[in-house]
Design a protein around this ligand. Sequence first.
Ligand SMILES: [Zn+2]
Length: 419
Amino acid sequence: MREEAERRARAADSTPAAAATDVVSFELPGDDFVPSSAPAVAPSALPLDLRPSAATGQRRTDSTPHPVPEARVRGRRRAVRSPRPVVSERRAARAAELLEVDDSAQPARHARPRRLTRRLIVVAGLATGAALLLGSAAMTAMMLPSAPDAGADAGLSMTADPPEIQQLPVPDIEESPPAADICSLPDVTAAVQRGDDEAAIVAAGGGEAFRAAVVEGRAPCVDLSDSARIWTVMDKIRPASPIDYRPSALVLPDGVRNVEGGALRSDAASALASLVTAARNAGGGEIALESGFRSYQTQQETYGRHFAERGERADQVSARPGYSEHQLGLSADVVACAGACGSLDQLAATPQGQFVAEHSWEHGWIVRYADGATPVTGYLPEPWHLRYVGPELAKAYHEGGWTSLEEFFALPPAPDYLG
Ligand SMILES: [Zn+2]
């Protein structure tokens, strides 16, 4: 290895220009460079004392941001500091390492063509706009030959006529149109395949871009009826699939008072711990988990109890087995505690209830059954029932002022069961 490194280093020394080009191209990934992954939960939303428990499932691992390889980071810094030729043996060997790293670094292969393409688009746009505005065949003939040069040249030649430059439609070039089909984006399909839903949404351009793609039929790889997805919609006409679906991994949220010992999917458990910690730190008091995952069998008992008390009206307050979001491991009923914990009905009137209403979206949650949405959801308002949809979708939901997941995804309302 050592000899090979020195041999490559000597080769690097003999062609400093080529080496510098490789390093510099790696150093400049372009202003449109997008990291291949992003955290599923905002780092600021994850307190340091919340470590994944031993039972933490694979989804948590997937949602953890992939670390940038050390060699790439150092290679980038080195490229900035030392464009001059390598002289010592150690530095020569290091240069050889860098060359190896650069050979496999994706940004080096993609960044320059993309920048060149953008530059050509900018130049072509400037030249075409100027030609149209001036309406002069002679001027067109003068401008076109300069197009292959740098964009700066075109800009300089344009400054001869300031009033018309201001009318050029340059800003449009910076905005890329939404992908016709987000599932044609490799980062989206890769994230979907490995079950990293949040990363898929980020790769699609964020929560609102993802929502728009689904609504407009530009997301064929997104199945809203897939019970294992954070974007799944479950209501009285959209049962679990299969009907007795059960998530593969469930954990108890760390650092959260747990009234019934309820478990959640690991991503939801982390997000609940984040919400509870944020409320505590903001002086909002203690929030506890009253009820988390409920199996198909448990829901049979829960609904049966409500039905015994209310008859048909039980459907307004409790889901039939196979139709409860609690079966997904993505829903949490929370209560306020001050010493003892209050009931679900009491939450809304507490500071904790106010904090949940205002800030739960910041941690990936939505209040699933909102005031006024009963004709769509089929349930009376439940300010305590939180549904985890991930930070991106929760942000889009909050900012869009949505009050039901059905309307968010432009689905038909589900006021009652079909049969
Ligand atoms: Zn609930």
